[in-house]
Design a protein around this ligand. Sequence first.
Ligand SMILES: Cc1ncc(COP(=O)(O)O)c(C=O)c1O
Length: 431
Amino acid sequence: MNKTELKKSDPEVYATVEGEMQRQREGVELIASENYVSPAVLEALGSHMTNKYAEGFPGKRYYGGQEFTDAVETLAIERAKKIFRCNHANVQPLSGAPANIAVYFSWLEPGDAIMGMDLSHGGHLTHGSPVTYMSKLFNFVRYKMGDLETGAIDYDDMLKVAKQEKVKIILAGFSAYPRELDYAKIRAVADEVGAIAMADVAHVAGLIAAGELKNPFDYGFNVVTTTTHKTLRGPRGGMILSQGKVSNPLKAVEKTVENLPTLIDRSVFPGFQGGPHMNNIAAIAVALGEAMQPEYKVYAKQVILNAKTMAERLMSNGCKLVTNGTDNHMMVVDCVKSFGLNGKEVQHILDEVGISASKSTVPDDTLPPYSPSGLRLGTPAITTRGMKEPEIDKLTDFMLQAIREHADEAKMAQLKVSVREFCLSFPLPGV
Ligand SMILES: Cc1ncc(COP(=O)(O)O)c(C=O)c1O
């Protein structure tokens, strides 16, 4: 994007923005939750929509002047509903965490129980980590993998605990789990205990949108939350998708499963947030439009193929992966078992040669979260850059070489040059 005005009026900020752009151009992005948006998404994000207050919902705003904000929010809503096959979409959550919190408050009373995936087995902080405020308000209970070698969840235990704790929401979702969940089994558990079934598909939304992974709505889920900036390749933001009766969000409704769409709308605004970020919503609409194109399906297929290629290459070089492979876009390497180093140390080594990844816990990790045993790797960003199987092999070899030779300064410096050259042959979108 052209940044001549910024350069002229604020050279200090310009330097940081330009620096980050160069860092992205010259380095490899293997953080599973990151991606590169298209120039069209960037333009919508930097548009005049940012100037507008639009509290309320399309056709029901508190301030005037809403002709175009109504139109763009409606476009985002309709596209989201079509892609995910549901009858309601709220596109206003400011990000993934606020989306989850808004759902909790739409359905739960303080002290109610909600069941999410154990954090060390792949669940997300917002699914009830003790460091979050939500964990002080609601009673989060856990399910886990029953078989760490395949990643299969222990659904019998899920049912037992759900009954015992009288859970009101069963939450399917993860940020570090490389397999698919059995949504039909989770729906059955929810039915047996009278809970609603909620999925947080933040990580895999793009793969679901492209039809490459299962859609929880096809298994009777009530609510699906997502971020818009991971595999979905939009701006940072969140969405809450739901099934039920859609009615006027400005009027209170009874707490019933059928009324979930309205309970959720009212929970987002005025329950939790103020004015929606309309530039973000415009950019979400653009990203959803892109996700409906045939090229996006090709992209999503390649993301998974690339992840499987990387997982195979790592395992054939003696690495231990959590669940021994992947079915989605990410994998978790057990660095202690693979290299005798912790995830923080390996993250640092890769950083030194221009490869970004994120440390991660492994199931029931005995190391602390800040220096855990694992490293999470993902392929959404490098696939957007155009990398395919041969490049994935090369990149995996760069990583293994860095870990092997990290004590040798000269070799690391040479490797950094090679990684940079390799990256520069795959253009960064929007540059
Ligand atoms: C499964 C899941 N849910 C929610 C979030 C939170 O999203 P955000 O960081 O946009 O608040 C994340 C982010 O990593 C996630 O992986």
